[in-house]
Structure formats: structure tokens, C-alpha cells
Design a protein around this ligand. Sequence first.
Ligand code: 13P
Ligand code: SF4
Length: 337
Amino acid sequence: MTITDTPHDATTTGFDGYDHQAAYARVRHVIPEVEWAIYEDDVTAIQRLKQEQDAVILAHNYMTPEVFHGVADIRGDSLALAREAQQVDAGTIVLAGVHFMAETAKLLNPGKRVLLPDLRSGCSLAESITPQDISELRAQHPGAPVVTYVNTSAAVKAASDICCTSGNAVQIIRSLGVAKVIMIPDQYLARNIAAQTGVEVVTHPGSCEVHERFSPLDIVQIREGHPGVTVLAHPECPPEVVAEADFAGSTADMQHYVEDNRPAKVALITECSMSDNVAADHPDIEFIRPCNLCPHMKRNTLAAIRATLETGRHEVHVDAATAPAARAAIEAMLAVR
Ligand code: 13P
Ligand code: SF4
């Protein structure tokens, strides 16, 4: 079914019970109508499959707009998705994100079936560190608590004292009330948080393959080309990049900044789809789009999500030996308010 013959302001509920016009209205500012027509078959099938399978889709802010606005039930940054995963009543959670997010959902709601559309959806940060690396850091810095970014495997979380996300890292570090912490595995997030908190931070040479590619010159050039632009950067960017920005925060923090401050022009120094998703809700704001793609996030195509609902692959499990300690590190984070 296509929607090309129907005025945009009409409500078209097809024989499948799905409101096609309302669905397109959410993305019309960022997806041309001819392109949306290509997605419609998968979008309609996914909506039906969710009901049949008693499933909900949790989608990270880096999903492409047809996934984020077209089929997701719950959207957000890593912190919001972790919190929401705990509350899910449906029998199945489809995690449109990356592997560590699916593991976190499984740890926080172990009775649910958690599906990841593509098992290759990893993360350069999660791959940069092992539990053995943490043991060595603990031996070198006795007594320093280990704060682990959620972008890690369950085994690494299990070797940690507490987790954090980019949305609550400052709060977590301050809550510990110590002068020195081991904060792994993102060297740039660690340095950015050290600068903000004044706490001595020992780290590990991990980095995000998306955010490490931004440079201060990118921001200088954006400002030259777009006078008056407000620049928001993700704290996984190198500190020199964050220093050039007007604000640094998690993907949800950036979204809230745009909603609260309504800059006329804004540049989000982060993954490509973030700008599209926020722009879809704010057609009056001009988005300058510096763009680095996360290949792992981009594996969550509509076709992959449809296939995961049709086949039940790929279910994510967490090793019973590591699950309790990993869960404790995440729950310690969620307890800090
Ligand atoms: P947040 O959405 O928590 O800011 O994280 C960004 C990220 O890179 C997740 O992989
Ligand atoms: Fe990992 Fe970076 Fe991709 Fe996020 S954007 S999943 S931190 S590689």
C-alpha cells in the first residue's frame, strides 16, 4: 500500500488497521514521500508482528528515522532505554540498538525474551576492554572504585563497582565522594568528566569509532559557514572538540537542549541519524549535519527488525556466572538519582 494519493492531513487507516498518514506525518520533514512508500510494507508488517508476538521495540536515538519514528515504541539514550527496559510488560523486547544495550535490557528484565536484529551490532568501546584489563587497573590503583561505561560487555560490567552512561557520568562520579576513580573504557569521556568534576580519573585507551573522528577544525568550519549556529557535542568526542562546543551532553541531553533553547540553527556533533530524528520534531529549526555513521547502529534496518520478529532470531542471553554482578553494577547506577 502506498500513500501517494492521499492528502497529508487525512487519516488513512488501511485494512490492516494501521494509520498510514499519521505514521508518515511523524517523518515527513526528513523522509521524502517516495522514500517512505518503499518502507511502508515493512513498517506495516512490523506493527502487525509486534501485536502477534507481544513485542515492543526499544530504539536508540541513532536509529534511522523510519525505524525511530516509524516502528519504535520506546525511544531514548542508553540511560532511558535501560530504565524503560525494566518496566516492559510485553513478553519480547526488540532492541534496535547495539549488543550491550540488549544485554542491559536482559539483565534488568531477565524474564523477557530480548531480541537483537543483527548480532554483529557491536561497539568499538565494548570491544576495547576485557575483565583482565580491569584487574590490572585495580592492581595498579588499589582502592580506586571502577566506574564502567555501559558501552561494555556484561563480563566487564561484572568486574566493576558501578556503571554510568554519558547522561549520568558526572552524577555517578560525584556520588562516590572519592578523589580518584578508574573510569573505563572511553578515554575521552573519562577526560571530559575529569575536567567537569575535578576528580582524578584513571582510564583505558578505548574510544568510539564515530566520535573520535570529529576534530576542533570541524566545529570552526561549521561556525564559519553558519554564523550564529549553536554547537552541541557528545562527550565521547575528544576534549578539544568538546572545548569548541557550546554544550556537551548525551544524546537525550542534546535533544532536551534543542527543545528547551530552540536555537535557530544547531549542529549536533554526533552520529548522523540523531539530527534527522530531532529535526523530524522541529521543522522550524535549521540543522547543520556533520555526519559520522555508526556501522553497528545502522545494522538495525526495517528488514532486519521484521526478520527478527518473524523468526525469533537473535535472542540475547547473559552468562549466568556473570549476570548477578553485572546486574548489580547497573542497578547501583540506576539507584543514583
Ligand atoms: P547515549 O545515547 O547514552 O548518549 O550514548 C551514545 C552512544 O554512543 C551509544 O552507543
Ligand atoms: Fe559504540 Fe560509538 Fe557506535 Fe555508540 S556510536 S555504538 S559508542 S561505536
